[in-house]
Ligand binder design. Structure first.
Ligand SMILES: NC(=O)c1ccc[n+]([C@@H]2O[C@H](COP(=O)([O-])OP(=O)(O)OC[C@H]3O[C@@H](n4cnc5c(N)ncnc54)[C@H](OP(=O)(O)O)[C@@H]3O)[C@@H](O)[C@H]2O)c1
Length: 201
């Protein structure tokens, strides 16, 4: 698959976080394919404190509004009003600019706080879906944090993750396969690095 270069650019590192079946399935009817409690906790720990970029449909899939403790930047072509904790962006560049300002502000807030700076607090923007948004940001992403679900996508899956080209992406770390007691599916967490992008982390 040839990747089209986007006409927008990031001043901050871009990490994409997704839970994907082994054939790339992401969602159906506006919802996740599987609700895995360990994955929800993993997602929370990866994203807490970071600015998040998401599509309007993904934002609307959250039952309780914006995810707390993170700036929720919502891409939409419409004029919509969002509650505190969320910001509208009408273009991918605007979303990245809002994220970069948020990161700069947070870094100023924690300057001098050694614990926070040692932990690399909120140094990158997290792109959290859905399918349209992953596709758009994939060429800019320097890292992928994937939950690999060891199951095929159900037949009614309607949203897919872009192809992960092994020539571009190398696996840097991976957990062992574990089973989710509720859904019965097995999954593992993997971190991949884009070997074609200069790492700005
Ligand atoms: N498995 C996972 O990790 C994961 C993660 C996230 C989401 N999901 C699933 O993915 C599905 C949603 O994904 P989706 O692809 O249907 O929708 P989406 O990517 O969440 O949102 C699409 C919307 O983003 C806006 N948008 C797209 N491109 C834009 C651009 N260039 N400029 C401005 N706005 C733009 C548009 O909003 P407007 O229509 O308002 O203009 C568009 O309708 C759900 O099933 C969800 O549960 C899965």
């Amino acid at each position: 698959m040839t990747m089209v270069s986007p006409d927008f650019s990031a001043q901050v590192p871009v990490t994409m976080v997704a839970a994907v079946t082994r054939d790339g399935g992401l969602g159906r009817s506006g919802q996740l394919l599987y609700r895995i409690s360990a994955d929800m906790k993993h997602f929370k720990s990866l994203t807490m404190g970071h600015p998040l970029i998401m599509g309007r449909k993904t934002y609307e899939s959250f039952p309780g509004g914006p995810l707390p403790g993170r700036l929720n930047i919502v891409l939409t072509r419409q004029d919509i009003a969002l509650p505190e904790g969320a910001a509208v962006a009408h273009t991918p560049q605007e979303a990245l600019d809002i994220a970069a300002s948020y990161i700069a502000g947070r870094q100023q807030d924690v300057a001098g706080d050694e614990d926070a700076t040692r932990g690399g607090i909120c140094g990158s923007v997290m792109v959290i879906g859905g399918g349209e948004i992953y596709k758009m940001f994939m060429p800019l992403a320097s890292r992928l944090e994937l939950t690999e679900i060891d199951a095929p996508a159900p037949a009614d899956t309607d949203t897919w993750f872009p192809e992960v080209d092994p020539a571009r992406w190398s696996e840097e770390a991976g957990s062992i396969l574990q089973a989710d007691p509720r859904s019965g599916v097995s999954f593992r967490f993997i971190s991949l690095r884009n070997r074609l992008l200069r790492d700005i982390h």
